[in-house]
Design a binder for this molecule. Structure first.
Ligand SMILES: O=P(O)(O)OC[C@H]1O[C@](O)(COP(=O)(O)O)[C@@H](O)[C@@H]1O
Length: 269
């Protein structure tokens, strides 16, 4: 774990990461509620809101982002977080696995990434391969001095077949995933909301000083979403990595304004 207070992906110690890797993870179906969001430049523009401390993109979109910045003379856009691995909903797999499509070297040297992201599915039969991949990623990130955000999403047979767990948002499962972020050397761990403030507290209790961000989840009302975000911040959470709750809105600006107040100015929702 690094001290990442000086990193551009944090502000006052917290982060709001705009995640836009859904075209990979879920496919174009996620753009249907707001068709303009299929156009990456629309979402790149959303990312210019002051509240956004990083935009998380897969390699191809990261290349597009840099091109868009140059062609449009954009200054002060969101720092780039390159998501190194990902998988599609089209894949036929015996269990969850997220292969790497980008190296840390390419992300930093060619794309000028301010941070890198990696998804880990602890609990899958492919967990061992992912640990090996992550070890290389984490060590290369240390060499380049860029922070590592771990999407820690335990899922797969090890979770399904364990009768103690109700599923991937079971508070014990989420807390275990968060702890793995600390154990494996992440600088920020991104976790599913476990359904309650008590659940998030349980996670905070086992991660020490590691930064934690809540994964947005499916779209809900402004009020419901802000309640969830606030409930994590009140017990030590450090913000958000969010996709659909932002880009599926016709005008995400009012919600981003509120999130900015709640996450960075320590005011209640
Ligand atoms: O694997 P899942 O649970 O379908 O979710 C993956 C998606 O969720 C995220 O982690 C967060 O996005 P949302 O805020 O839309 O939930 C994305 O980065 C990723 O595409």
């Amino acid at each position: 774990m690094k001290d990442i207070e000086e990193s551009p992906i944090t502000r006052n110690g917290n982060s709001l990461i705009l995640a836009y890797d859904h075209g990979t993870e879920h496919g174009p179906v996620d753009f249907e509620p707001m068709p303009a969001s299929a156009d990456p430049t629309h979402v790149f523009d959303v990312g210019r809101h002051d509240a956004v401390t990083a935009i998380a993109l897969q390699k191809g979109l990261a290349e597009y982002y840099r091109l868009w910045e140059t062609e449009n003379d954009v200054e002060g856009g969101a720092p780039l977080l390159v998501k190194l691995n990902g998988n599609s909903n089209l894949a036929a797999r015996e269990d969850y696995y997220s292969p790497k499509q980008c190296s840390v070297r390419y992300a930093v040297e060619e794309l000028d990434a301010a941070a890198i992201g990696y998804t880990m599915y602890a609990g899958s039969v492919h967990e061992d391969e992912m640990w090996t991949d992550f070890r290389e990623v984490q060590e290369a990130a240390r060499d380049y001095g860029v922070p590592v955000v771990l999407w820690s999403y335990p899922r797969g047979r090890g979770i399904q077949e364990n009768e103690e767990y109700t599923g991937q948002t079971d508070p014990d499962v989420v807390a275990y995933g968060a702890r793995l972020g600390l154990e494996l050397g992440a600088d920020v761990v991104k976790c599913k909301y476990p359904g309650s403030q008590e659940g998030w507290q349980a996670l905070e209790d086992v991660v020490g000083e590691l930064k934690t961000v809540m994964s947005g989840g499916s779209k809900r009302s402004d009020e419901a979403f802000l309640d969830d975000v606030s409930s994590t911040l009140e017990v030590g959470g450090n913000g958000l990595a969010v996709g659909r709750n932002i880009f599926q809105r016709e005008n995400p600006e009012p919600l981003l304004d509120k999130l900015e107040t709640v996450i960075f100015e320590d005011e209640s929702a």
